[in-house]
Design a protein around this ligand. Structure first.
Ligand code: PLP
Length: 432
């Protein structure tokens, strides 16, 4: 029972280095956040020892008295966090992550080879929303279902709800998925619901990115229109890595509870990860507090400040700004790729990710980067701090342009050498 540092100093050392990286650098990845110490404690607890296939009160293993109590608490808190009436909505808290939650939701809602529509990956959609390429069906959502992507209006880079309705009329999907990984604007759930009603399709929202902002009532509410809502718990919701599936229980949807629960177990998963469920419960408690509402409001205020800071420097942003926690920066007018800028940022202790922007030929060599303010806001950064961050990013771009010109030169090699020999993150100071 010796502590980790004694039992396995090698792993402890890696954790220490990663801790330093996370706290010394600027974390701007839109899908990441810094979960609380309390949630981390719950996640690292002895609950990891327990098997509990099934649902509270109906398990395939003994000894689940406390685990039942925990899962019921987590379910109650999930409904409370999103202000949902337990008569009308239920939730399954067992999905291991967002991708498994989505596949279980598809399994519950439609039959193999049924048709679905989701936002295309190059336009900001997620892999699990039916993504495939001309060469290959890449994801389970396109291998086991027939999918057709809807997209953005090229002139505004906003979802083209009119075109979507026209495509749905022809394609006749059984399911339309809304929600995205890289879409800086809010969704018109009413328009999507109208299309679904016309075509006899289910409407599912994957709010993985924005669930914290939705729980805090800072964005439109998908629960007013959708049959099923899935989310990860580790992005704006600020919990551990896991997934949730909410399903309607009222009206024509009375059988969804059984279908969703059976799709999670036994169709797609085995025993729930009870340590994770405990951490999700803790995060949901936190997300129900007034301070979380303030946090979510600040996340958006910070993203808007970041967007206007970059626009002031003359840069091009997809849709020209943001309604949520993320900013999509189109680097193509600068002659830079997302991968180059991501690498330069890495060397400077600034963590971002390359991302496709509307019109990119390929998601593999994208022309943009995606920035998010959830993690920096968790570190109590406010608008004035974010203005400084926008200034850093401006300097990163200037540097990237110079480095690109000097590719292969001594200057580039020196820069990489200096940047990588400095201790992690501190090198950011060189740009200040
Ligand atoms: N759905 C959306 C919209 C996402 O952005 C992501 C991940 O970033 C997922 C689902 C998948 O979540 P996970 O990585 O937890 O499987």
């Amino acid at each position: 029972y010796a502590p980790l540092a004694e039992t396995d100093p090698e792993v402890q050392n890696i954790i220490d280095k990663e801790t330093w990286r996370q706290y010394s650098g600027l974390e701007l990845i839109a899908s990441e956040n810094l979960t609380s110490r309390a949630a981390i404690e719950a996640n690292g607890s002895i609950l990891t020892n327990k098997y509990s296939e099934g649902l509270p009160g109906a398990r395939y293993y003994g000894g689940n008295e406390y685990v039942d109590e925990l899962e019921n608490l987590c379910r109650k808190r999930a409904l409370q966090a999103f202000n949902l009436d337990p008569v009308k909505w239920g939730v399954n808290v067992q999905p291991y992550s967002g991708s498994t939650a989505n596949f279980a939701a598809l399994t519950a809602l439609i039959q193999p080879q049924d048709r679905l529509m989701g936002l295309g990956l190059p336009d900001g959609g997620h892999l699990t929303h039916g993504y495939y390429t001309a060469k290959k069906k890449m994801t389970a959502s396109s291998i086991y279902f027939q999918s057709f992507p809807y997209g953005l209006d090229p002139s505004t880079q906003l979802i083209d709800y009119g075109a979507l309705a026209q495509q749905a009329k022809i394609f006749k999907p059984r399911l339309i998925i809304c929600g995205a990984s890289a879409y800086p604007r809010d969704w018109d759930y009413a328009a999507l619901k109208a299309t679904c009603e016309k075509e006899g399709a289910y409407l599912m929202a994957d709010i993985a990115h924005t669930s914290g902002l939705i729980a805090a009532q800072q964005l439109n509410n998908p629960f007013d229109y959708c049959d099923v809502v899935t989310t990860t718990t580790h992005k704006t919701l600020r919990g551990p890595r896991a997934g949730l599936i909410f399903f309607r229980k009222d009206g024509p949807n009375q059988d969804l509870e059984k279908r969703v629960n059976e799709a999670v177990f036994p169709a797609c998963q085995g025993g729930p990860h009870n340590n994770t469920i405990a951490a999700v419960a803790t995060a949901l408690l936190q997300a129900s507090q007034p301070e979380f509402k303030e946090y979510a409001r600040q996340v958006i205020a910070n993203a808007k400040t970041l967007a206007s800071g970059l626009l002031e420097h003359g840069y091009k942003l997809q849709t020209g700004g943001t309604d949520n926690h993320l900013v999509l920066w189109d680097l193509r007018p600068l002659g830079l790729t997302g991968s180059k800028v991501e690498k330069v940022c890495d060397l400077l202790g600034i963590t971002i990710n390359k991302n496709a922007v509307s019109g990119d030929a390929s998601a593999q060599t994208p022309g943009g980067i995606r920035l998010g303010t959830s993690a920096l806001t968790s570190r109590n950064m406010m608008e004035d701090d974010i203005k400084v961050v926008a200034g850093f990013l401006h300097r990163v771009i200037q540097l990237s342009i110079v480095l690109q010109k000097e590719a292969g030169s001594k200057m580039l090699k020196d820069f990489v050498r200096v940047a990588t020999t400095e201790s992690e993150g501190k090198v950011g100071a060189q740009l200040v």
